[in-house]
Design a protein around this ligand. Structure first.
Ligand SMILES: [Zn+2]
Length: 345
């Protein structure tokens, strides 16, 4: 039972993964970051300047000035709160549910839009569970959670276009700007695999988002995407206090990583990512936050080191009418990949 985990000396990426190159114990992401630190930090400042400068000029042509993506708990709820308090923008909140959002998460959003008096659009596409089931049954080595973000952005762009809204706003944090290898989930598949998947499962074309398709659409529709507070040094505890007090926000009971507000599907995603890639994208997000000094390696290990047990995996699979055997995950593997082995290196 040797997963062969060795963490980078600076961050929590596993340098034994073949997807993470390293030199003298340091991963390539940390090495590159150090080289370009100044440039990267300046970029965030440019975002602040650009947002404040242009948002007031580009009003929506119809009922709304911006569409705000509200799916991922505290960051996006806080973004909604700040936009409402600090700007005069006419806001449409948009939530994408992949059928795995927890009831607490949805209650949080519902309470927020009601208290802040914001229009809310709720989107729960029928095809997402079928896509997930197919990908799992076909044992395609990808990060299954990587579908949701591009589909969500894609659908949000279409809504913004239909309502003629010039801005799409996300509560993305600095950790989510990482360019790690599982970012484009289907890019490693051969053309043949692609073709036969589409032939066997025509509904997959709903999610067939090419690598730069969303970027192209944004350009074509003249819609800008912004994460206006990404430049800010984030104080998660302070954020949580504000939204708890002002909006009655509650921490979801179960979520990976520890203290996060991600959907339930992530538990399975993390286990499978560790099996296929020897890391999960949360290791990368935490690593980015370490690089920006928003967390420490020790804190990152603490939140990643949350054991994932059979019960939660079983409940996810049950929802998709699947078993461990169906997805070729043995009990031993579940035990092995259900723990963050970096904690003991
Ligand atoms: Zn590193």
């Amino acid at each position: 039972m040797n997963h062969n985990v060795k963490l980078c000396t600076s961050c929590v990426r596993n340098i034994n993964s073949k997807y993470i190159a390293s030199e003298s114990g340091k991963c390539i992401f940390c090495l590159n970051f150090e080289k370009h630190r100044e440039h990267l930090e300046n970029n965030f400042q440019k975002i602040e300047w650009k947002f404040n400068e242009t948002i007031s000029k580009r009003k929506g042509w119809k009922n709304y000035d911006c569409l705000v993506l509200v799916s991922w708990g505290k960051d996006s709820i806080m973004t909604l709160y700040k936009l409402k308090k600090d700007t005069n923008l006419r806001i449409l909140a948009y939530t994408f549910d992949n059928w795995f959002e927890s009831p607490e998460a949805l209650e949080n959003i519902s309470n927020t839009v009601e208290k802040l008096e914001i229009d809310w659009m709720f989107d729960k596409p029928w095809f997402v569970p079928r896509v997930l089931k197919t990908i799992l049954l076909e044992k395609i080595p990808i990060s299954i959670c990587r579908f949701c973000a591009p589909i969500m952005i894609h659908k949000a762009i279409e809504v913004a276009y239909a309502y003629q809204i010039p801005y799409l706003i996300t509560g993305r944090n600095k950790g989510q700007s990482d360019k790690e290898p599982s970012r484009f989930p289907l890019r490693n598949l051969s053309q043949n695999t692609f073709d036969s998947l589409l032939k066997n499962y025509p509904f997959l074309k709903n999610i067939w988002i090419e690598i730069w398709e969303n970027e192209k659409l944004l350009k074509q529709y003249n819609i800008e995407i912004a994460s206006p507070w990404i430049y800010e040094k984030r104080d998660t505890q302070a954020y949580m206090k504000i939204i708890e007090n002002e909006l009655g926000w509650k921490v979801p009971k179960m979520s990976y990583p520890r203290y996060s507000t991600n959907c339930i599907l992530n538990f399975l995603q993390v286990v499978l990512s560790r099996k296929y890639f020897w890391y999960s994208h949360y290791d990368c997000e935490e690593s980015m936050l370490i690089q920006y000094h928003e967390t420490t390696k020790q804190k990152a290990i603490e939140i990643l080191n949350l054991d994932i047990d059979y019960e939660i995996i079983h409940s996810i699979l049950k929802k998709l009418s699947l078993t461990l055997e169906d997805i070729w995950l043995s009990q031993d593997e579940l035990k092995q990949y259900g723990t963050f082995q970096g904690a003991s290196t």
